[in-house]
Design a protein around this ligand. Sequence first.
Ligand code: PHE
Length: 458
Amino acid sequence: MQTNENTNREARQSLHGNWSSRLAFIMAVTGSAVGLGNIWKFPYMAGQNGGGAFVLVYLLFVFLIGMPVMMSEILIGRRGRRNPIATMKLLGQEEGDSERWKWVGVMAVSAGVLILSYYSVIAGWTIAYVPKAIFGEFAGSDAQSISLLFDNFVSNPYSVIFAHTLFMIINFIIIASGVKGLEKAVKFLMPGLLLLLFVLFAYSLTSGSFMDGVRFMFTPDFNALNWDGVLTAMGLACFTLSIGMGAIMAYGAYLPQETSITNATVSVVFADTSIAMLAGLVIFPLVFANGLNPGEGPDLVFKTLPLVFGQMQVGTFLATIFFVLLSFAALTSALGLMEPAVAWMVESTQYNRKQSAATIAFIIWFLGLGTALSFNSLSEFTFLQGTIYENVDFLTSNIMLPLGAVFTTIFAAWIMSQNSTSEELDGHGFVYKSWQFLAKYFSPIAILIIFLQAIGWI
Ligand code: PHE
């Protein structure tokens, strides 16, 4: 069905305003992409899966799956110019299919809310580690006391809930001020983050074990990587790029018409990957310089690194920088997790942005209590995958995100007409054809494999 798409599309305006420039959009999407995934998950997963080979496979997925899915999300978002639910419904009708595509939007928005409910708790730990760093609590400590410091902190429900609450309040304040507020926040936080990372990088360069870190990350030893590791790398690539849950779609809705989606995607993917690599190049040399084990797991950031910092002369300073940096990274990602739900509420109810942001923030905060208590009072309360936290993480990362990404690419590549997609992606050339091939066949099939594996069907 050929509708009068061009006129529709040009007349369509986002209710929330637009990014003021291409750079602002790139910073916002990069801000959403760069988060705990790059600086906390990537190094520990690379560490657990033997380094080089994992990194190589991760990079492959970032380019072959991440790029086409991200382009699909941005193009859908910009064409619809609404929140992910309304956009999927509108485009489903406009492309002559069904408005039932809105359910993909519903899943995406819910995934954002659920992910943020636990993301905020971990981000809260990061914030809580800033004063610990400033007051030199790691200085001179041995492995046991650093470990105890962390265990004592997470086993106290009040301190964990306090930090989670603080993090959600900051989110609320930024989100309530709309696209302008988002833009201001990322314009300050993103360059700040890069600067801090470079300071740490400079330090790690001189740590004496820099080359050990490089070798670990870039010498592929395929014996160290099993099929599970390959799947983990694929899931991580989706997670770090924030794809499959509407964040990129919501941000795409505020993208000016003349900006090239392909160029913007390339910049974001490049920035996201470079920051993950940089984080690895900061962390591994420090780990090796201290004779520690890179395969430590999720504790890497909260136990191993403070231990490393505690041994250094300028450790208090560097630890402060590191945890401030991680808090910045978590904050800009959290904004992307919350925006789809807030945009939906502003557009579909009579509540204004402040009221909507407050309501959504409250719901997320409340859901987050489940995760906050999973590490203390409710640690014994387990079902299906384990604690409440483990269930929310499993449901979102292993089920909702991959499904969201598959449906988004299928929608863009199979349901939308060539006219619409080539209009958004400017042209029919090699880039467009490559996107089409990857989005039509490669990405959905590859992602489906992770999904089936995650639910244990293959
Ligand atoms: N990409 C973020 C990270 O690396 C997490 C995230 C996922 C943010 C999905 C927004 C949407 O930490």
